[in-house]
Ligand binder design. Sequence first.
Ligand SMILES: [Zn+2]
Length: 201
Amino acid sequence: MLDLLLPKRCAFCRKVTPGGLCDACQKTLPWRSEPYDGTVAAPLSYRGPVRLALHRYKFRGASGCAGIFGKLMAQAVADARLNPGIVTWVPCSFARRWTRGYDQARKLAKRVCAELGLPLERMLRKTRHTRSQTKMPDEAARRVNVKGAFAVLAKKSSAAGKHILLVDDIRTTGATLDECKRLLLEAGAESVVCCVVAAKG
Ligand SMILES: [Zn+2]
């Protein structure tokens, strides 16, 4: 209902614009020259207005931005010809979902699925709360922070034999994505490729 009442705004500069991305941002955002770097498909670099937009999405309730973010991610996956068969996401902890009101990566994954016509399935769960990876001082701290923080859903070993697209919002060092990818491969996944809105570097 709120969606119908509020004017659609550009996710990056907040100017009223249909579709969630204005012409000026389309021209000036830090687009990555390659949609896929061998590990992750990401349309944007994590800096400047992209960093601010993702912060609004994660911490300030701008959940409507999932529409344009998911569209851009799906485009990157298609451009890179990754051809996954099923989509899953990096889950957030129950505590974080409770305070935020939504699981930000799941929301993105749903949009990516809608764009690419792929099924969505929960395959991972968070086993404990972790501090935000963006607040960790270095890569070693990030790896320690996520070690053992995720598990494959025990009852559904649906990862087996699948070509999986693993969705998250941001990649900083890749510690979280690496950990989740490892678990899915251990559970028998045929392949795992990752996709985020924005990657550092
Ligand atoms: Zn804009």
